[in-house]
Ligand binder design. Structure first.
Ligand code: HPA
Length: 273
């Protein structure tokens, strides 16, 4: 059994000392979406490499920075770069940004990610509300994390994502006149992309998008009693949906193209949550 609060005690103590405010919202920026951090007023930045036990980021486009920032009078805790299962880290390590946000007093969290579009009505550049998740292939790890592995037994049986957050995300999109798709995000361990056969199966099982993050973070946030919601940037057609070969470069390039729209949506969300 791992007591995460004990494992990260020193790291949390450092951040509590450094912290400038209680965040109104925390945001994890997904692949290619890290530039959002430059569009808000940053008051303080901490490199995760300076924090004891914080896993090193190994992927281009994930900077490993935590920002204390302000926008529209709101206090924002921004994670520029996330920790992935496919980098060889355990779920206990992947959920660290969520644990930090919670320990610093954040009651709300927005998770963002890059994802492959499975729904044939989606195209690269679309934004998709993660209406529901499929994490069937990490159920054991999730059980270890929030069931057996956590000393906190308050919220073992959780309901997520938060319908309140989703409602606000939809409202924000409407107010900004941004089309926000909605669908099921299917988690894969990665790091290899899926095969066309796997995508066909996921489509049959109701998936609209596929990616390598987010679900365990959302589960853990809900377990901690936080309001959690997630938005995907559909960066590519999933394997076999189009003949184009998948690459991480295309993922970051598409995320870059949709940067301005993503920025508008997230800013509006910050204003209204
Ligand atoms: N599959 C898995 N993860 C992803 C994809 C994909 O097609 N695109 C961006 N992240």
């Amino acid at each position: 059994m791992v007591d995460l609060h004990f494992k990260y005690k020193e790291l949390i103590q450092i951040l509590e000392k450094e912290s400038l405010f209680i965040p109104d919202i925390s945001i994890v920026l997904g692949s290619g979406l890290g530039d959002f951090a430059e569009s808000v007023d940053t008051i303080k930045t901490i490199s995760t490499s300076d924090l004891p036990n914080y896993p090193k980021s190994t992927i281009p486009g994930h900077q490993g920075k935590i920002h204390f920032a302000k926008y529209s009078g709101k206090n924002i805790l921004l994670f520029q770069g996330r920790i992935h299962f496919y980098e060889g880290y355990s779920l206990n390590q992947c959920i660290l940004p969520v644990l930090i946000a919670h320990q610093l007093g954040s009651k709300k969290i927005l998770l963002t990610n890059a994802a492959g579009g499975i729904n044939v009505n989606f195209k690269p550049g679309d934004l998709m509300l993660n209406d529901s998740f499929n994490s069937i292939n990490i159920k054991k790890e999730l059980t270890d994390l929030i069931g057996l592995g956590s000393l906190d037994t308050r919220n073992r049986f959780i309901d997520f994502p938060s319908s309140l957050m989703n409602e606000k995300f939809r409202k924000a999109a409407l107010e900004e006149d941004i089309t926000l798709q909605s669908g099921v995000y299917w988690f894969t361990k990665g790091p290899s992309y899926e095969t066309p056969a796997e995508i066909k199966m996921m489509a049959k099982f109701g998936a609209d998008a596929v990616g390598m993050s987010t679900v365990h973070e959302a589960v853990y946030a809900a377990h901690l009693g936080m309001d959690v919601g997630a938005i995907s940037c559909i960066t590519n057609f999933a394997a076999g949906i189009s003949p184009v070969k998948l690459s991480h470069n295309d993922v970051t390039e598409t995320a870059n193209l949709v940067k301005a729209t993503f920025e508008r949506l997230v800013k509006r969300i910050i204003s209204i949550v």
